[in-house]
Design a protein around this ligand. Structure first.
Ligand code: ATP
Ligand code: MG
Length: 224
């Protein structure tokens, strides 16, 4: 394990009940000093692995450590304070009556002061260019707008690690560039990032390391 390792997976296997799909004997290290891409064919298990690394799904065997702690000792709330996770489908993430409430909610429940909530929420809405939508009902937004609202709700937590499942699927070219620059800034401030993606242009531009899911459930490191 190098000193920048934030998530460590050792000999992890996983299966869904009533499904042939398996992840077999996966070992990998994810570092604070990388922007890593996780690529692979549809159905190869990228989303499944992302959900395992954030405690949503439980492995059948093997070990996972997050920030040097065994994932089995952490509940979902504790993992959420360490690792921000963007769902592949933004509709799974948005829930409130307004964009502002949606983005500020995690800060409200974590007891952040009202001034800090206002500052952080307004600043992230501005950065993602969705401040003009703050009073809107999130479910009526366009797909790309929903994706940025969901992302804002993750970034506002300022976690040490981010796992983003297909964050660029609904974004136009300018908004992809904006997201890439934001991630580079977070990376330079010490946030580790894993991007699950099929977007080769985005990956080539912003990711220094590429992990690939193999059909038989393993993983390879393609480029560092
Ligand atoms: N809840 C579930 N129960 C049973 N099988 C599932 C479940 N969720 C996913 N699978 C199966 O697990 C496999 C991996 O799915 P997963 O969503 O992880 O793939 P993916 O690599 O993220 O694909 P994509 O590129 O399409 O997003 C697929 O064969 C899928 O059908
Ligand atoms: Mg997926």
């Amino acid at each position: 394990m190098n000193s920048q390792t934030y998530i460590e997976v050792k000999n992890m296997s996983f299966c869904y009940p009533r499904s042939q799909f398996r992840l077999e004997d996966i070992s990998l290290q994810l570092n604070r000093n990388d922007i890593t891409a996780l690529v692979g064919e549809n159905g190869s298990g990228k989303t499944t692995l992302g959900k395992i690394l954030t405690g949503i799904l439980k492995p059948a065997s093997g070990e996972i450590q997050i920030g040097k702690k065994d994932i089995k000792t952490l509940d979902l709330g504790e993992i959420g304070k360490k690792v921000g996770y963007l769902f592949q489908n933004p509709e799974k993430q948005i829930f409130a009556a307004s964009v502002y409430e949606d983005v500020s909610f995690p800060l409200e429940i974590n007891g952040v002061s009202p001034e800090a909530i206002k500052d952080r929420t307004e600043s992230i809405l501005k950065e993602l260019e969705i401040d003009h939508l703050k009073d809107k009902y999130p479910f009526n937004l366009s797909h790309g707008e929903k994706q940025r609202v969901a992302l804002a709700g993750i970034l506002v937590n300022e976690t040490e690690y981010l796992i983003l499942d297909e964050p660029t699927t609904a974004l136009d070219t300018d908004r992809k560039e904006l997201l890439g620059r934001m991630l580079q800034k977070l990376h330079s401030q010490g946030t580790g990032i894993l991007i699950i993606s099929h977007d080769e242009i985005f990956i080539n531009k912003f990711c220094g390391r590429v992990l690939k899911m193999k059909q038989k459930g393993g993983i390879t490191d393609e480029k560092v």
